[in-house]
Design a protein around this ligand. Structure first.
Ligand SMILES: CC(C)(COP(=O)(O)OP(=O)(O)OC[C@H]1O[C@@H](n2cnc3c(N)ncnc32)[C@H](O)[C@@H]1OP(=O)(O)O)[C@@H](O)C(=O)NCCC(=O)NCCS
Length: 175
């Protein structure tokens, strides 16, 4: 059960340093080489759909969302999701995923995608994206490319390389 003194808040720039520490602890220096990180480098994340869990004035967990595009399709990329080790397995991660997905739905997004473990995200509404439908900028285990569809047809409309949404016009101009 989530401890009663843990509160969930929308992320603000004041949380950035602590979030970085949590992600460093959870994913190590190798995080910068991850496919999802490469996409997130393309532009800012979406603070209005990103949340932190706080306890005693400190950030103890975080989830971020980033707007992405793949072909004609648009989605939110969920991640990183990380919880401080001392507070793992209390439901905080699940709550943050639910909050991020709900925020995406409220904002009218069609889908949320991520690279993650199906046994964890499956019960939270995520399913595998059919192999070969989308491509990531760096190699990923295709079994870990998952999507939560919020609007019928939104996942099928995602095709080709996943990029930060801010790069859509840029990519077209270069082509
Ligand atoms: C993965 C992580 C975010 C889960 O957050 P959490 O708050 O500890 O997890 P929750 O309390 O929401 O859920 C716990 C349940 O998920 C299970 N679980 C945790 N990680 C899992 C995984 N990778 N695969 C399958 N199940 C997992 C736990 O065994 C537990 O199961 P139970 O409810 O049957 O006991 C957290 O452990 C973490 O920060 N890990 C390191 C970073 C990471 O791997 N992030 C995910 C990137 S995709």
């Amino acid at each position: 059960m989530i401890p009663a003194d843990v509160e969930f808040l929308p992320e603000t720039p004041a949380h950035d340093t602590e979030i970085e520490h949590i992600n460093e602890g959870a994913f190590g220096p190798g995080r910068f080489a991850r496919a999802a990180y490469a996409i997130r480098e393309g532009g800012p994340h979406e603070r209005s759909m990103s949340f932190v869990a706080m306890r005693g004035g400190q950030v103890v967990a975080s989830v971020r969302m980033t707007r992405v595009a793949a072909g004609q399709g648009r989605a939110l990329l969920l991640g990183p999701l990380a919880v401080r080790p001392v507070l793992k397995n209390l439901g905080i991660g699940r709550r943050l995923v639910a909050m991020a997905v709900e925020a995406a739905a409220r904002a009218g997004a069609g889908a949320v995608i991520l690279v993650g473990d199906e046994p964890y995200y499956g019960p939270l509404g995520f399913k595998r994206i059919p192999r070969g439908q989308i491509a990531m900028p760096r190699p990923v285990d295709l079994n870990r490319l998952l999507a939560c569809e919020l609007e019928a047809g939104a996942v099928a409309s995602l095709t080709g390389e996943v990029i930060h949404e801010d790069l859509v016009g840029v990519a077209a101009a270069v082509a």
